[in-house]
Design a binder for this molecule. Structure first.
Ligand code: SAH
Length: 425
């Protein structure tokens, strides 16, 4: 007798779906009869899926664990370009809802046996005739396997309206294919003991349906058929953080820029005071060698050509108590009293940090994004990030000398020098 499977049967069924998802990479997936969202919990990690939907007639079941589908803190801390939206509906698979059309995959795991035979007919019409997904996975108990449980007559669950033999399942599936333009493959999970597989089949029988080419897609229907019918109740929806969202992209870019600019500033200050450690060099070394070389070459080029900020800062000691101007997100000028600041050229940051170049695409994109962020202070020509210089007690003369040969110039800009700046850039 076989009563226990390893892994447990419900896990094997879910794993079957996951393996299908890995191979076929559907973008829109709906799990019908999702119950407490167990399968959805696993599917949300397969980020090729962009829309993941669960439907169950029992709203209380859905609500029990639906909050477990929310993004985790790592999803916010390290957002990717993947996009995922999750929606959960209370509704019956015997009713149509326009939001469920045009999916790549519909799963119905141990659901149909909970329906009356009349409702199975309605289910077939809704799924294959109205939703018209690319693929459908249907699993249901195999009645022939039951005598191995010493339950030859009874069903496996008190709510089951039927349990089909392999022939009965096949007959329903082939009829559906003929009627709605699909093909089907039969398989299952839960192996019988050695020597009995052919006789009793799998414990859970599975049909994998694929829409035939030329069959009209659920999104392409028009006229009466395409009426927007919303019969389900939305219980939960969430969008996962994605770098396609401009606010999130901006947040990630700003934090990268500030991190690397601070690091470079500290490095430069240590260089000046002779206490340089090679943290930055080491970090660069972890990246691709080419990037690193590019970064240092660019840095040297910038040393030859002082930035506008550097050009202004030949005599920083004269402007210790001065005013710095920059443009805020509304294009208005703001000003704040600053003692001094360090200017880190954006071009150096951009070529030194591959993540910045990957995410922003171009230096001008990066500049544009940073210009609108209140956390970042850019030089007036937008070519450099300005950071407060906390090393106020540096020797002034030594500082002035260092400015001559540094790509990162210490600057402090007064209102009067602003006009000159404009001329220089
Ligand atoms: N698919 C889940 C659980 C299946 S139990 C899993 O793999 O673990 C069957 C589920 O179908 C139950 O949650 C039940 O509430 C739901 N159900 C029953 N009739 C339904 C109907 N007409 N429409 C939608 N869901 C239904």
């Amino acid at each position: 007798m076989v009563s226990v499977f390893s892994p447990p049967l419900h896990r094997q069924r879910h794993q079957f779906v996951i393996d299908f998802v890995k191979r076929n990479k559907p973008k829109k997936v709906v799990d019908l009869g999702c119950s407490e969202c167990g399968l959805l919990q696993k599917l949300k990690f397969h980020r090729e899926i962009e829309l993941l939907v669960g439907v169950d007639i029992n709203g209380a079941n859905i609500k029990k664990k639906m909050h477990g589908l929310a993004p985790m803190s790592t999803d916010y801390l390290q957002p990717s370009f993947d996009q995922l939206r999750i929606e959960l509906y209370q509704g019956s698979v015997t009713q149509e809802d326009a939001r469920l059309r045009g999916f790549d995959l519909v799963t119905s795991i141990e659901l149909i046996e909970h329906l009356t035979l009349a409702d199975v007919e309605r289910f077939s019409k809704v799924v294959f005739g109205y939703m018209i997904p690319v693929a459908v996975i249907v699993s249901t108990p195999n009645f022939e396997f039951n005598h191995l449980f010493h339950q030859p007559a009874g069903f496996r669950h008190s709510d089951h309206k039927f349990e089909w033999t392999r022939a009965e399942f096949k007959s329903w599936a082939l009829k559906v294919c003929l009627e709605y333009g699909y093909e089907v493959e039969f398989t299952g999970v839960g192996q019988a003991p050695p020597g009995q597989q052919d006789r009793v089949g799998f414990c859970s029988q599975i049909g994998v349906f694929r829409r035939l080419e030329g069959r009209q897609d659920g999104n392409m229907l028009s006229g009466d058929d395409a009426e927007d019918l919303f019969s389900y109740t939305l219980l939960y929806s969430i969008n996962y953080p994605s770098l396609h969202n401009n606010n999130i992209l901006q947040r990630v870019l700003v934090s990268e820029v500030l991190y690397w600019a601070e690091k470079m500033k500290r490095n430069w200050i240590e260089e000046k005071t002779g206490e340089r450690d090679d943290t930055l060099a080491l970090c660069c070394a972890e990246w691709e060698g080419e990037e690193c070389l590019r970064a240092s070459k660019q840095h040297m080029e910038m040393e030859d050509k002082p930035t506008a900020c550097g050009a202004e800062m030949k005599n920083p000691e004269e402007h210790h108590e001065s005013e710095l101007f920059w443009t805020n997100g509304d294009g208005q000028q703001e000003s704040r009293k600053l003692h001094r600041c360090v200017s880190v050229p954006l071009a150096v940051l951009w070529s030194c940090c591959p993540k910045l170049s990957d995410l922003s695409g171009s230096l001008s994109n990066l500049r544009h994004i940073l210009m609108n962020d209140p956390e970042v202070k850019l030089s007036q020509d937008g070519s450099a990030v300005l950071l407060n210089d906390q090393e106020q007690d540096l020797d002034e003369e030594e500082e002035a000398r260092d400015l001559e040969d540094s790509g990162y110039a210490v600057c402090s800009v007064s209102a009067e020098t602003e006009e000159d700046w404009e001329k220089n850039v």
